[in-house]
Design a protein around this ligand. Sequence first.
Ligand code: ADP
Ligand code: MG
Length: 344
Amino acid sequence: MKRVLAALLLLLGLTGCAGRQASYTTDFFAMDTFMAVSVYGDSEDAAQEAAVACEQAVNALEPALSRTREDSDLYRLNHADGTVCEVSDDTYAAIEAAVQYAELTGGAFDPTMAPLTDLWGINTENAHVPAQTEIAEALTHVGYENIKLLGDNQVQLLNGAQLDLGGIGKGFATDAVFALLAQQPEGAATGALVQLGGNIGTFGENPSRDGGNWVVGIADPDNNAEFLATVEVRDASVVTSGDYERYFEQDGKRYHHIFDPETGYPADTGLRSVTVIDPNSTRADAMTTALFVMGLDDGLAFCAENDIAAVFITSDQQIYTTDAVDSICTYTFLGAEKGYTDAQ
Ligand code: ADP
Ligand code: MG
């Protein structure tokens, strides 16, 4: 399904003649999801070199951000029994960002959810609803205040805490790709569309559209190959968290992968998805996860206070956009035929 979505996004972004620009697209699988980077530039060789460098940069981040790979910094840290560990620059920067967003969101985003992700087994063959006693025990280890950032890449996890950076990993990788694209020689990467799973990054000019903006679709939660809205942007990322991305069903109920750190259950706030549009993809990624946990009312208030551009899709088929959306992109509602209301 993600592959179909990727293909459609490309079509939306790139229909028409690409003028004199050459382009190169690389497709790959990393961080447990499908990815594609399309680079536009003055020559195909330069575009290819830039696109391949982007792919390598994402792959190089995997050991810094994965907690399942036994050779990763996070695995070592999570199994250090509370002792101080030295981690790489990238891992330290990602943990620092995660803590910053945990503080900003009052813990709705919490990078210490690993014991719960493990317990629920989302995305494994062993996905199931755990016993309440197990959830209560796992929750005693959850809390971002258990993360001690000691400077000089030294980190300590107290109280049996374990890190899971799945909520910002793709955003962090998108920002690394943006930085790399900006460093390319003049003309090598005049524009790019970066798709790391549900994280879309738009960089520079889209040569196939007047005005050079990129058009990104916001998926229909019931059919993510179709869109309920589009946003037209440039030099920003468009990140979506939804209940349809990773989930299992038990006794007719859907259990997805975004957990409420207070209850230890998948956040059940009447939302189907939250999309955030932001130049900083790490921030956008943390915010989509946090806003999903906060729910519509608290989420809208948080966005107003922090000037966040967000689109909320509710299970009763309403779509809400925040004031900041209009200042960062052109938003077009397309959901009327499917019974959605543009609630504003
Ligand atoms: P996706 O990775 O599918 O794009 P998200 O960005 O919303 O979706 O991240 C969800 C992942 O983040 C989960 O798979 C889990 O690893 C982790 N996670 C779950 N709940 C939280 C939370 N409340 N705060 C931070 N991370 C979380
Ligand atoms: Mg996220």
